[in-house]
Write a protein that binds this ligand. Structure first.
Ligand SMILES: [Zn+2]
Length: 57
């Protein structure tokens, strides 16, 4: 049982902790590549606005 805590916006890329879209602010995002192109970046896709985005970790 998890619920989002609006006071915590660190946005760590974790399957159980959705990343907030930088374009529309939606948390309806999906991590596209589990391992990502590098250790410090990961690719995500926003279902809210349909934009892919890259996130630094
Ligand atoms: Zn979006």
């Amino acid at each position: 049982m998890r619920r989002p805590d609006p006071s915590v916006t660190t946005g760590e890329a974790d399957e159980s902790n959705p990343v907030e879209c930088p374009y529309c602010g939606s948390t309806e995002t999906e991590r596209e590549h589990p391992k990502g192109p590098s250790l410090c970046r990961s690719m995500h896709f926003c279902h809210g606005c349909g934009q892919p985005f890259e996130r630094m970790e």
